[in-house]
Design a protein around this ligand. Structure first.
Ligand code: 6PG
Length: 236
């Protein structure tokens, strides 16, 4: 595990964007699972502005989780990505594999798991992402696996339907077997509200395994936390 601490959210975006660019340049094709949340938004803005010469035609984009809403809804992770990245770069339409949040969740979870099986290389009998980008909620959730449904992590399926604990909003999420089979997993976590969970999870305090984010242990060993100083305040 590597921990990369930057002074601010913008610096996290810069440092992660540099890392991402390196990965994209290194691979012939790069399959990336994106996440929702506020930190990726800043990363997307940064990349759209500063990384004009990235060859996006070699990149395939997927979502680690999506809210069950139409792609035009302000809650849609896909919509956020279009606004902050996709509308500003040149990438073939066929390289964008969105979750159909507007469809019946159970059927969509099944359909999306088939998309992943068809598009990604199969390694250890499981589709393999080159990079999974994750956020972490204040409650220790990651992707859309929340503490009250932590059992979804161990699902035999690669995609499941989850429910947000407060709003009841349904979500499609990828599960533990897919996340831990990725070549690289990167957490993007910023802000002081994350500091306590970051400490509990990274230092493996008692009870850490009640938080889905602590179950992220890629078999490749390649796990990187990109943190700002606020989120890292209790591990320094
Ligand atoms: C989502 C997410 C979710 C997010 C965390 C952190 O769609 O809501 O993918 O898992 O990454 O809630 O979000 P912030 O970066 O906004 O704290």
């Amino acid at each position: 595990m590597h921990i990369n601490i930057s002074p601010s959210k913008t610096e996290v975006a810069k440092s992660f964007s540099d890392y991402l660019e390196e990965q994209i340049k290194k691979n012939k094709t790069t399959h990336i699972a994106l996440s929702g949340g506020s930190t990726p938004k800043v990363v997307f803005d940064y990349m759209a502005e500063h990384y004009k010469d990235v060859d996006w035609s070699t990149v395939h984009l997927y979502w680690g989780d999506e809210r069950c809403v139409p792609p035009t809804d302000s809650e849609s992770n896909y919509k956020m990505t279009v606004e902050h990245l996709l509308s500003k770069i040149t990438i073939p339409k066929d390289n964008i594999h969105r979750v159909h949040g507007e469809d019946l969740p159970e059927l969509e979870a099944e359909r999306y798991s088939k998309v992943l099986e068809e598009e990604l290389p199969i390694v250890n009998n499981i589709p393999q992402f080159d990079l999974v980008i994750l956020g972490m909620g204040d409650d220790g959730h990651t992707a859309s696996i929340f503490p009250h449904e932590i059992e979804l992590w161990d699902s035999k399926n690669t995609c499941e339907v989850a429910v947000h604990p407060d709003s009841g909003q349904r979500r499609i999420t990828i599960t533990g077997k897919l996340i831990n089979n990725a070549k690289i997993v990167a957490f993007l976590v910023t802000g002081s509200s994350k500091a306590e969970k970051v400490r509990t999870i990274i230092t493996k305090e008692e009870g850490h395994d009640n938080y889905p984010a602590s179950l992220v242990v890629p078999t490749s060993g390649d796990l990187i936390w990109f943190l700002d100083e606020e989120a890292a305040a209790q591990i320094n």
